[in-house]
Design a protein around this ligand. Structure first.
Ligand code: C5P
Length: 241
C-alpha cells in the first residue's frame, strides 16, 4: 500500500529530533502528538539511540523520516534501505550523487518491503554547498542547474522526491510536476532568530513556493511550549491551501 501523497491528508510539519540521546528526544516527543506532526530522526540521534528508538516512535503512532542520507555502492545502499523499511519508517533518503544504479537499487529495495512502502527521497546537492564548492568537486553549471538535473535523475530512477530549499521549490515543482515530493528545511517563524540557517523562509512562504513537507527543528524544539508553536504553524499553513 502507498502512503498518502502530499496532496492528501496528514501533517506537513516534520519535526527534526536533533538531540544527543533518547531521553532528551523523548522529553520533547512526550509533549507532541502524531496527529499534528511527523518526526525526523537524523544521524546524531540515530547514532546515539539506534533503531530501538525509531521502533518505539513508530509504535507510538508517529510517521518517521529516517534522515541518514545513504551514499554507498548500490548493493550496500539497497540493504540499508531494506533495513530502514523493515523498521516501519514513513520516509528515508539517499544522496542523488550516488548515481543512477544506486538510486535504482534503493528504489527496488523499498518496493520489496514487507511493511508499508516508505517514501524514498534524494538529497540533490547539500544546501551548504555554493557555486565555488561545486566547481571544486568538478560539477559544471550553477547550483540550480545541478539541483534540477539531479532531481530529474532521481525521478527517472523511480524515487518519490527530493530535499530542497524553499528557493528551489518553485522551479522544481514546475520542472518535475505536482506528484514529485519536495521536503524543505530552513524554515523560520516570522520575527525569530535564524540560528545557523543562511537562507530561511516562513512556513507559509515554503508552502506557497511548492514545498510538500516542512522540516522544522529549533523553532519548535527550543520553544518553551513546542506544542503551542506547532499548532500555530499548522493553523498558519492550513490557511494557505
Ligand atoms: O533546527 P533547524 O530547523 O535548522 O533544523 C533543520 C533540520 O533540517 C536539521 O535536522 C538539519 O540537519 C536538516 N537539514 C537542513 N538543511 C538541509 C538539509 C537538512 O537544515 N539542506
Amino acid at each position: 500500500m502507498m502512503h498518502d501523497t502530499a496532496e492528501t491528508k496528514g501533517p506537513r510539519i516534520v519535526i527534526a529530533l536533533d538531540f544527543p540521546d533518547r531521553k532528551s528526544a523523548l522529553s520533547l516527543v512526550n509533549q507532541l502528538s502524531p496527529e499534528h506532526c511527523r518526526l525526523k530522526v537524523g544521524k546524531q540521534l540515530f547514532t546515539a539511540a539506534g533503531p530501538e528508538l525509531v521502533r518505539e516512535l513508530v509504535q507510538r503512532g508517529y510517521d518517521i523520516f529516517l534522515d541518514l542520507k545513504f551514499h554507498d555502492i548500490p548493493n550496500t545502499v539497497a540493504s540499508a534501505c531494506r533495513s530502514a523499511a523493515d523498521l516501519g519508517v514513513w520516509m528515508l533518503n539517499v544522496h542523488a550523487l550516488g548515481g543512477k544504479s544506486m538510486l535504482e537499487a534503493a528504489a527496488d529495495a523499498v518496493k520489496d518491503s514487507t511493511q508499508q512502502r516508505p517514501l524514498l527521497i534524494a538529497v540533490t546537492l547539500l544546501t551548504s554547498l555554493d557555486r565555488v564548492d561545486i566547481e571544486t568537486i568538478g560539477l559544471r553549471g550553477s547550483v540550480q542547474e545541478n539541483v534540477t538535473r539531479l532531481a530529474k535523475l532521481t525521478a527517472d530512477s523511480g524515487l518519490d522526491g527530493v530535499v530542497c530549499s524553499a528557493q528551489e521549490a518553485t522551479t522544481l515543482k514546475q520542472a518535475m510536476g505536482q506528484e514529485f515530493i519536495l521536503v524543505t528545511p530552513g524554515i523560520r517563524l516570522q520575527d525569530t532568530r535564524s540560528d545557523d540557517q543562511v537562507r530561511v523562509v516562513t512556513p507559509t512562504n515554503a508552502i506557497t513556493h511548492g514545498s510538500d513537507y516542512l522540516v522544522i527543528g529549533r523553532p519548535i524544539t527550543s520553544a518553551p511550549d513546542p506544542m503551542n508553536v506547532l499548532q500555530k504553524i499548522n493553523e498558519e499553513i492550513r490557511r494557505v491551501k
